[in-house]
Ligand binder design. Structure first.
Ligand SMILES: Cc1cc2nc3c(=O)[nH]c(=O)nc-3n(C[C@H](O)[C@H](O)[C@H](O)COP(=O)(O)OP(=O)(O)OC[C@H]3O[C@@H](n4cnc5c(N)ncnc54)[C@H](O)[C@@H]3O)c2cc1C
Length: 384
C-alpha cells in the first residue's frame, strides 16, 4: 500500500521513525525494497529512544546489564535534541474512526471505555507534558508512587509508545526544569532507553529468561490460577483493583504493575510470560522492550540488580501507597464499569464473593522456599 501511495503522490522519499525491534527492522527492509522498486527512498530517523539502542556501550564494547551504569554512560554520551520540524508539511488528517462508530462491533463495554478514552495526538501529548512540568514534576520523586493521587506521574507512556511525542522532546523540556523531581523523571526516561538497549542486545528478551539459570525454575504455566489472575478475581484487593483498572482503561500505575507481576510470578509461581502476554493484550502503552524488561525484573529472571528473592506484599504496598483505600475502592466498586466491560464468557458476578487464590502468608512462604532453592544453585553475585 505504501509504495503505491508514494507513487501516486509522486514523492521521492518517505520519512519514518525507526522502531528498532527485530520484527520491525525486517519489515523496514521489505518496505525499503518495495519502495526502491518504484524509485522511492525510505529514510528512517532515530528518535524512538533518546539514543539509538546499541549506541551506549561499556569500555569493552559490551551492552550494559545494570541500569545505573547504563544511565551514567548514556548521560556522558549526551542526549541529542529533538530534530527540527519540517519547514513545510502538507498533510490531511487521516479519516479516523470514532469510538461511537466502532461501538456496535464491540457489543459491550463501549460506554465504559468511552469514559476513559485518552486524548490522542501530538498536541494533546505536548499539552500533557507542559502541564506536568509546570508543577506536578516538582513532587514527582515522592508522588510517583502514590497510586491513589492523580498527577504523580506524567501519563506520557502511551503517547511515547505510539510515537505521538518523542523522548528527546520530553528530555529537552524536562532538563530545563530544576529540582529533584525533574531529575527523577529524566532517570525514568532512561529506564525506557535501557529496556530498548537490552532488547537490541537480546532480541529474545520478550520470550526467554534473560538469565538462563532461570530456565531451571519450576514456573507453572497457564492454568486456572492464571485465569483467576487475568479475570481480576484473585481475592487480593490491590491486585484485583490494578488488573481491573488495566482491563477498563488500558493502563495501570507502575507501582501496581510491580505488585500484580510479583503476585503472579511469586505468590502463584506462574511464568512471567503468561502475565506479560496479558499486558500485551490489555495495555495501550504496551511496548515490547519495557514490558519484557519489567516483567523479568520483578520475576527475578531479568537484568539489573533487583534481588530475585524479593516478594512484594500486596497488603503492605496498599497500606503504604493507597493509605485511605481510595484506589482500591474505585476499582473494586461494581460501578467501576469492570463488570460491564469484562467478557460475558467469564461469567463474572459482582455479588459473588471472591475467595483468595492463595493466602498472602502461605503464598509468600511457598515463594520464598522455591526462590531459596533456586538461589542455592545460582552463581554468587546473581542479585547484583
Ligand atoms: C510489569 C511491568 C510492565 C510494564 N510494561 C510497560 C509497557 O508495556 N510499556 C511501557 O511504556 N511501560 C511499561 N512499564 C513501565 C511503567 O509502568 C510505565 O511506563 C509507567 O506506568 C508509565 O506511566 P507514566 O508515563 O505516567 O510514567 P512517568 O513516571 O511519568 O515516567 C515517564 C516515562 O518514563 C518511562 N518509564 C517510567 N518507568 C519505567 C519503567 N519501569 N520501565 C521503562 N520505562 C519507564 C515511560 O516511558 C514513562 O512514560 C511496565 C512496568 C512493569 C512493572
Amino acid at each position: 500500500m505504501l509504495p503505491a501511495l508514494a507513487a501516486e503522490l509522486g514523492v521521492a522519499e518517505v520519512h519514518a521513525l525507526a522502531w528498532p525491534e527485530a520484527g520491525r527492522l525486517a519489515a523496514d527492509t521489505r518496505t525499503t525494497e518495495a519502495l526502491a522498486a518504484r524509485g522511492v527512498a525510505l529514510v528512517l530517523h532515530d528518535g524512538h529512544t533518546l539514543l539509538p539502542p546499541g549506541a551506549v556501550r561499556g569500555a569493552q564494547d559490551q551492552a550494559f546489564k545494570v541500569y545505573s551504569a547504563f544511565a551514567r554512560a548514556a548521560r556522558a554520551l549526551g542526549i541529542p535534541g529533538p530534530a527540527p520540524a519540517p519547514a513545510r508539511l502538507d498533510w490531511r488528517p487521516a479519516p479516523g474512526e470514532a469510538l461511537a462508530d466502532l461501538a456496535p462491533d464491540m457489543r459491550r463495554g463501549a460506554a465504559v471505555l468511552a469514559a476513559h478514552a485518552p486524548e490522542a495526538g501530538e498536541r494533546a501529548a505536548l499539552r500533557r507534558l507542559d502541564q506536568f512540568l509546570d508543577r506536578p514534576v516538582q513532587d514527582h520523586a515522592t508522588a510517583r508512587d502514590r497510586i491513589d493521587l492523580p498527577g504523580g506521574t506524567s501519563g506520557l507512556s502511551e503517547a511515547l509508545a505510539v510515537g505521538e511525542i518523542g523522548p528527546r522532546t520530553i528530555w529537552a523540556a524536562a532538563r530545563a526544569v530544576p529540582g529533584r523531581g525533574a531529575e527523577k523523571f529524566l532517570s525514568e526516561l532512561l529506564w525506557r532507553d535501557f529496556a530498548w538497549a537490552l532488547l537490541a542486545d537480546r532480541p529474545d528478551l520478550p520470550r526467554a529468561n534473560y538469565r538462563p539459570d532461570w530456565d531451571r525454575f519450576g514456573w507453572q504455566g497457564d492454568g486456572p490460577q492464571a485465569e483467576g489472575w487475568r479475570r481480576a478475581m484473585t481475592g487480593i484487593p490491590l491486585v484485583d483493583a490494578g488488573l481491573r483498572e488495566m482491563f477498563v482503561t488500558g493502563t495501570m500505575h507502575n507501582r501496581v504493575r510491580m505488585v500484580v507481576d510479583s503476585f503472579l510470578t511469586k505468590h502463584l509461581l506462574t511464568d512471567w510470560r503468561v502475565g506479560a502476554a496479558w499486558f500485551d493484550d490489555c495495555l495501550t502503552d504496551w511496548d515490547p522492550a519495557s514490558n519484557a524488561m519489567n516483567w523479568q525484573w520483578v520475576a527475578g529472571s531479568g537484568p539489573d540488580a533487583a534481588p530475585y528473592f524479593r516478594v512484594f506484599n500486596p497488603a503492605l504496598q496498599a497500606e503504604k501507597f493507597d493509605p485511605a483505600g481510595a484506589y482500591r475502592r474505585r476499582w473494586l466498586d461494581p460501578a467501576s464499569g469492570y463488570f460491564e466491560a469484562g467478557s460475558r464468557a467469564w461469567g463474572l458476578d459482582p455479588a459473588a464473593p471472591v475467595r483468595p487464590l492463595i493466602g498472602l502468608a502461605e503464598g509468600r512462604a511457598r515463594a520464598r522456599a522455591a526462590l531459596a532453592a533456586m538461589g542455592s544453585t545460582l552463581a554468587p553475585g546473581h542479585d547484583g
